[in-house]
Design a protein around this ligand. Structure first.
Ligand SMILES: [Zn+2]
Length: 46
């Protein structure tokens, strides 16, 4: 069920990631910010 939901959301929704420390936006899921190396990443589902 979880895999199916991920496939569906991948087709229909766009996910954006933003560093809460410096505000850098990323289109891909990362464990840490490429700019400031913070691991405080917020996920937005558009
Ligand atoms: Zn950052």
């Amino acid at each position: 069920m979880i895999k199916l939901k991920q496939l569906l959301s991948r087709n229909r929704e766009q996910t954006l990631f933003e560093c809460r420390h410096c505000g850098t936006n990323m289109e891909t899921n990362t464990k840490s910010c490429p700019e400031c190396d913070s691991d405080d990443i917020t996920r937005y589902e558009l």
